[in-house]
Design a protein around this ligand. Structure first.
Ligand code: WTA
Length: 666
């Protein structure tokens, strides 16, 4: 918003890139929505934003009243770059903020979670469970007591590897209740990926399930966990939830069923007061090296930003049914399935399975039956609904919806307009929310009752966030030009460190553009101050909104006995944002073949998880390298996209490699 807004009156601008001829370039907030919205004016919003940067202590000091403090803080911010401490001296408990205070205020009977399982046959009631705030508090307390009996203490780390069932939320909040950091690993990750994460996080206790339902099939979670824990004796206890019901081996002395663990535990467990900066969780995400990094979030700043963005971005009302389709294995699930909505006393809808299973309209069937008011999903999902056909949407009464959200990757203007017209009936604003595992909460987004939207633009930074688009030297680039997106001020929900590797924190985020947080994204700001995210500017790949690292996939490939070297790049994909293309060279004597390509794809899926499976494996005689032996992925990106390699090739050791690769059609 720095240059946002100064000269912004509707109707006087050239259409942004990607606009359809004749389609409006700007969508003002629909009047009926704006009339009831919490924030209705850009002037008010701009004033709020300006104050948040001019007087951060005053702004955040007041804003922190959105949380319940056990001991008030002394100072709002201590900033010694790149290390920030927010709400210094304050004590609180995140689970008490999400549960106890609502029950104490008389909302014990309000629904906290409405859950639906994946198994479903039309005409038959789907499997469902409802937990009120009082129920959830009792379950969380019981499980927190069980974790304590299993030896979990304040400051420990607990691993969570569960399907999307209410117990996943219960387990997270139970950790928070004890002041133990959770580390949730997405249930789609393979045993190797699970082991790496549990080991790096120093997890003592793991919470898992017998299995998970996925598209009618079953994922053997317990078997995966057993495989992951071989050679990882540090994980001394495993709690096993019964979900799919098959018999799984239980290791005596280590494994205990969830039911057994909670059976004798009390439903009362006083929340442990922790310091504002106490680690709430560690969540692994992909970066530029082969090793995923454990992003550490601190309790108060994170929780506060999750709560406030529920108001600013989702305009949460008491009667809303809020559905964020993300899994709790990702940051979006942490912030907008669990902490944000529950801190704000929302009713969360939770769905276990695939949005298009067993039929393409499962998602719309749910919206209609449950009367969902706010739907928050990813552009890849939206594009897949477009492909499936409008009839699956229009057959359902979606009039309960009042707000739509998008997250995880750039949304193309066509998909935005379809979402607006077909799903939202031109009545619902769309919030295109930009943020990252590292930012903790939404950082750039329209405020739906106030911001005129431009399809494809995440619009303006929220209060407390200072965005800039800069060149390699850190200087702001002119309007309309592409540059690196940086955040030039600390913000409460910022990551605090990389678990076990503070050097990596300083190096990866704060050294690319000195003194500023580098997001890893490319972006531009248009002449009206709107921010347009272009995509990653590093070796992170977003496939269907999932975040993967080139180096991680490369190290999976070279762990295959046939592979000598590998280089992995993204190729633009109209459906999933990007697709993964792997260039590999084989060890002496190895011969390229289609079966080998398939085997390598399967090997990556088995090593990391199915989401990392390359779309294409291309065999190469040699890979383009600098004289110091570093693989240059830049040229491979061009080749993968079917373009001639462009840019400065003078650093390459052997120029002929490029023409050979380009000729080497798949
Ligand atoms: C991308 C997901 C464009 C971006 C919450 C970012 C987006 C990365 C948007 C973080 C958006 C997220 N428009 N791109 N609205 N939201 N991204 O850590 O490249 O899984 O850096 O967090 O997703 O991915 P992560």
């Amino acid at each position: 918003m720095a240059r946002a807004g100064e000269k912004r009156e509707a109707g006087r601008r050239t259409p942004p890139p990607g606009s359809l001829p004749g389609a409006p370039a700007v969508y003002p907030p629909p009047r009926a929505f704006a009339e009831k919205a919490r924030f209705r004016s850009m002037d008010e919003l701009r004033a709020l934003w300006r104050r948040s940067l001019d007087d951060p202590d005053g702004f955040w000091g007041e804003a922190a009243g959105a949380l319940d403090w056990i001991q008030p803080f002394d100072r709002v911010l201590e900033w010694s770059p790149p290390h920030a401490q927010w709400f210094v001296g304050g004590h609180l408990n995140a689970s008490a903020n999400c549960l106890d205070r609502h029950v104490a205020a008389g909302f014990g009977e309000k629904r906290a979670i409405v859950w639906e399982g994946e198994p479903y046959s039309p005409g038959r009631a789907a499997e469902e469970r409802t937990l009120t705030y009082a129920d959830l508090l009792a379950e969380v307390s019981r499980f927190a007591n069980a974790l304590r009996t299993l030896g979990v203490k304040t400051g420990d780390r607990v691993g969570i590897y569960l399907p999307l069932v209410p117990e996943a939320v219960v387990a997270m909040l139970a950790c928070a209740r004890l002041g133990a950091a959770h580390s949730v690993v997405f249930a789609g990750f393979s045993p190797d990926a699970l082991r790496d994460r549990l080991s790096d996080a120093g997890v003592k206790v793991l919470v898992t399930a017998d299995g998970a339902y996925r598209r009618g099939g079953r994922v053997p979670l317990k078997a995966n966990a057993d495989a992951a824990l071989e050679g990882l004796p540090a994980v001394s206890r495993v709690v096993v939830l019964r979900r799919t019901g098959e018999k799984v081996p239980m290791k005596p002395g280590r494994d205990v069923s969830w039911d057994e663990a909670v059976r004798r535990e009390s439903a009362v467990c006083p929340p442990v007061p922790v310091d504002a900066e106490h680690a709430l969780f560690v969540l692994y995400t992909s970066g530029t090296t082969g090793r995923p990094k454990g992003i550490v979030h601190a309790t108060a700043g994170y929780l506060l930003s999750c709560a406030l963005t529920m108001r600013w971005v989702f305009d949460l009302a008491d009667e809303d049914l809020f559905w964020c389709t993300a899994d709790v294995g990702w940051i979006t699930g942490h912030s907008y399935v669990v902490y944000g909505p529950l801190a704000e006393r929302a009713t969360v809808f939770l769905y276990e399975g695939a949005l298009n299973w067993p039929a393409p309209d499962r998602i719309w069937d749910i919206v209609e039956r449950r009367k969902v008011t706010t739907l928050y999903t990813a552009p890849t999902a939206i594009r897949s609904f477009i492909k499936a056909g409008d009839e699956h949407v229009t057959r359902h009464d979606l009039s309960s919806l009042r707000l739509l959200g998008s997250v995880g990757e750039p949304i193309n203007p066509e998909a935005w307009r379809w979402y607006h017209r077909v799903v939202g009936g031109e009545r619902c604003p769309i919030v295109d929310t930009w943020w990252q595992t590292e930012t903790g909460a939404i950082a750039v987004s329209p405020v739906p009752g106030a911001t005129p939207a431009k399809p494809g633009s995440a619009t303006f930074p929220l209060p407390g966030i200072a965005t800039e688009v800069v060149d390699a030297a850190g200087e702001p680039v002119p309007a309309g030009e592409e540059g690196r997106l940086v955040l030039s001020r600390p913000w409460p929900a910022m990551l605090r460190t990389v678990h076990g590797d503070p050097g990596r924190y300083a190096e990866e985020y704060w050294s690319e553009v000195p003194g500023k947080y580098f997001t890893g994204d490319s972006a531009k700001i248009d002449e009206d101050g709107y921010l347009w995210i272009i995509g990653r500017n590093d070796d992170v790949i977003k496939v269907s909104g999932h975040r993967l690292g080139s180096a991680e996939i490369e190290s999976a490939l070279v762990s295959h006995p046939a592979v000598a070297e590998a280089a992995v790049v993204a190729r633009p994909d109209p459906d999933r944002g990007s697709a993964i293309v792997a260039f590999v060279t084989l060890k002496g004597g190895g011969r390229p073949s289609e079966p080998l390509a398939q085997a390598l794809r399967a090997h990556v899926a088995a090593t990391i998880g199915p989401i990392a499976r390359p779309d294409q494996v291309r065999f190469a005689g040699v890979l383009p390298k600098t004289r110091s032996g570093k693989i240059v992925r830049r040229f491979l990106r061009d080749i993968a996209a079917g373009e001639a390699p462009h840019g400065d090739a003078s650093t390459l050791e052997d120029l002929s490699v490029l023409s050979a690769l380009a000729r080497d059609e798949p």
